[in-house]
Design a protein around this ligand. Structure first.
Ligand SMILES: [Zn+2]
Length: 352
């Protein structure tokens, strides 16, 4: 994780300062890009913020929108993007702005700016979040480590204890436990470990969605805005690749669409895979989303869009607007496609 971050940062600095991305733009710039955001909120001073990469400040978000406007990108909806792929219409480079999970801070800090600049956006909602049953386990893990100087957990059936009194210990322990959880074979195992950890250390696991995620009233209000596309994000926000039973994977996608349709009166036509990296969504998930009739489905695999993605509309890459890189110069490089082209080994479509 840390290593990957360093490489990205290092790579971007090099690309930016050498100006290489300008040379590569015609080759790797693609026809457009889909941006991923999670939280938009003022930054906090805490030293231990392992999930900080999931947030950007309102100030940075506004700079991003102004930059898109100034650079004359077409900021379009997911429907319009889909139409352009089908019509093979790529005269102007486009950008789609997407938000995962449906946090309350979206409505407070991002939505007013999107209205101000009249830019369409998509919100991908895991329906257990507004139902107040969702497990935002990455935040629960952060809370357990933040609130304790020593934690106990079961690893492979064995009781183990870890000191986490200092900020450095907390950061190291978060990375280690996060890595351990992500290495587990199934999502069920991951959830079991997290539930045990939360119960031992008195952290209310489902409290995070109540405190941080929009409720149905707020989502319904946004859904009435023509700028807004509500997309499905499964029911329980599981890494689908780690759900062995294909029927269950299908149900996660289909049920969330049905619940959103019942609640909002509109049938979602777009999907985002939870977590969305190659360990969370692969060819089986891309096929099921397509069989279920979603117009598009997005991953978090990094990349810009090419004409060829027309044949992979349920395996689309995105560019993460990352809290660790709140510098416009980083974003310029990412949107140019140069950095992600290198990341993907210069393959344009990465859907394997
Ligand atoms: Zn998500």
């Amino acid at each position: 994780m840390t290593l990957k971050k360093t490489i990205i940062r290092g790579g971007l600095e090099t690309l930016y300062f050498s100006g290489m991305h300008h040379l590569m733009r015609p080759l790797f710039g693609g026809v457009g890009a889909i941006l991923t955001l999670h939280h938009v909120r003022p930054s906090r001073p805490d030293a231990f913020q392992p999930n900080r990469l999931l947030e950007v400040s309102p100030h940075f978000f506004e700079r991003l929108l102004r930059w898109l406007k100034r650079r004359n990108f077409d900021v379009i909806s997911m429907d319009e993007m889909h139409r352009r792929f089908i019509a093979d219409e790529f005269r102007r480079r486009f950008v789609c702005i997407t938000f995962d999970d449906g946090y309350k801070d979206f409505k407070t800090h991002a939505y007013p700016l999107l209205q101000k600049y009249e830019m369409p956006f998509a919100l991908y909602i895991a329906t257990s979040f507004p139902d107040r049953l969702g497990e935002l386990w990455w935040l629960a893990l952060e809370a357990v480590i933040a609130q304790n100087d020593r934690i106990g957990m079961l690893i492979d059936g064995r009781q183990q204890f870890f000191d986490c009194g200092s900020v450095k210990e907390k950061r190291d322990l978060y990375d280690a436990v996060y890595g351990y959880l992500r290495s587990l074979k199934t999502e069920d195992e991951l959830r079991r470990v997290v539930r045990d950890l939360c119960a031992r250390h008195r952290v209310d696991l489902v409290g995070f969605c109540r405190d941080l995620c929009m409720g149905w009233d707020e989502i319904a209000e946004l859904s009435g805005d023509p700028l807004c596309t509500i997309g499905a994000h499964t029911v329980n926000h599981k890494m689908l690749l780690k759900v062995p039973d294909e029927t269950a994977v299908r149900a996660e996608m289909d049920m969330s669409r049905a619940v959103l349709e019942a609640a909002l009166g509109k049938r979602p036509e777009h999907l985002a895979y939870p977590v969305g990296d190659p360990t969370s969504a692969g060819p089986r998930e891309f096929r099921i989303a397509s069989e279920l009739g979603f117009k598009t489905a997005v991953t978090t695999r990094p990349g810009v869009l090419f004409r060829a993605h027309r044949d992979y509309l349920t395996a689309l890459p995105r560019i993460s607007v990352n809290g660790e890189f709140q510098e416009q110069r980083y974003l310029k490089v990412l949107v140019s496609g140069a950095a992600t082209a290198m990341w993907n080994g210069f393959r344009r479509v990465n859907a394997a």
